[in-house]
Design a protein around this ligand. Structure first.
Ligand code: DGY
Length: 321
């Protein structure tokens, strides 16, 4: 029997995915789920044919230049790709694959969880109960922002943005969006297109950031753009932390310009800007967008499908490079 291909799996994966990887490959697993430095990952990759990696590991041009010669593919357990220098990967002849589609619904669900929790002051309400500080129902206690029927602006109308729009229609929200290009009518489904992000911001009583991290979206939501939002708007980010200028957002939450924010992603994760901890009107989660067992299994199986194709000399279904 030919030797199985060797795959370095950088983090602990759900059981069913680990089982498949261990059966299909000579898998170097990380069952203790240690967070390795890139130097340690490079050392462990010696002799491996591929690396099944995660978005927390930065494959910069420098790291890619030091990859062992044996490594010919990176299968990232993520849809996001900003942690891999794709030009350097291409120049090195690496195949890179990701996991599109399968995390669309779970990420859109978390977008709505944040939107509702931020607007309806879920953190403050929960804290009252946990601290045994609730003295009873009153007509004016923790009044939040009404969601149903409001205008939702979506920045980035890709798969996840459109799944957010589907959910918002259930809340009778009017959908507005900006995207690099206007969608065809069958995908737009009545959503109103804005040529520029600034035009979108002006009408967004709620704003959902669903655009990928890129040089163009870096620091997108800065003080000048926040000023364009209607007073009392609610901002939700499940895309990447780099889209937001943290200090500008915190200033707007403190001043009351924005009513609330819901954030699942942060610049510099897992460290978050400490200012968020002091604000009651921000609902924060630790990057849980795709964190359901079904989704994480599907992401892992996609990585394996891509690796299987690469090792069999077939075109991987989710090739990026
Ligand atoms: C993704 O798949 O990009 C998720 O955000 C996890 O990194």
């Amino acid at each position: 029997m030919p030797a199985k291909p060797a795959v370095l799996v950088t983090r602990k994966l759900p059981e069913a995915v680990t089982k498949r990887a261990a059966e299909s490959y000579e898998a170097c697993l990380n069952e203790a789920d240690k967070s390795f430095t890139m130097d340690q990952i490079l050392a462990q990759a010696e002799g491996c044919d591929a690396i099944l990696c995660c978005s927390s590991e930065k494959f910069t041009a420098e790291v890619i230049s030091r990859l062992p010669k044996s490594v010919r593919a990176l299968a990232t357990f993520s849809v996001g790709l900003e942690h891999i220098d794709l030009d350097a990967a291409k120049a090195r002849g690496l195949t890179v694959t990701n996991t599109p589609d399968v995390l669309t619904d779970s990420t859109a669900d978390i977008t709505f969880l944040l939107l509702l929790a931020a607007a309806r002051r879920a953190y403050e309400g929960e804290r009252l109960l946990r601290q045994d500080a609730w003295t009873g129902w009153t007509p004016t206690q923790l009044l939040g922002v009404h969601v149903s029927g409001k205008r939702l602006g979506i920045l980035g109308m890709g798969r996840i943005g459109r799944a957010v729009a589907r959910r918002a229609r259930g809340f009778d929200m009017a959908i507005h969006y900006h995207n690099r290009s206007r969608l065809p009518a069958e995908l737009e489904k009545g959503a109103i297109y804005h040529e520029t992000p600034d035009d979108l911001l002006k009408v967004s009583q709620f704003l959902a950031l669903n655009a990928p991290a890129s040089p163009e979206t870096m620091g997108f939501l800065n003080a000048a753009r926040i000023a364009l939002l209607p007073d009392g708007a609610v901002v939700v980010n499940t895309a990447r932390g780099t889209l937001v200028d943290d200090e500008a957002l915190q200033a707007a939450l403190s001043s009351g310009k924005l009513a609330a924010a819901g954030l699942d992603v942060f610049d510099g994760e897992p460290k978050i800007h400490p200012g968020y901890r002091a604000l009651d009107n921000v609902f924060i989660l630790p990057h849980l967008g795709s964190a359901t067992l079904e989704t994480r299994n599907a992401m892992g199986f996609k990585c394996c499908d891509n690796l299987d194709a690469i090792f069999a000399g077939r075109e991987p279904p989710d090739r990026v490079v």
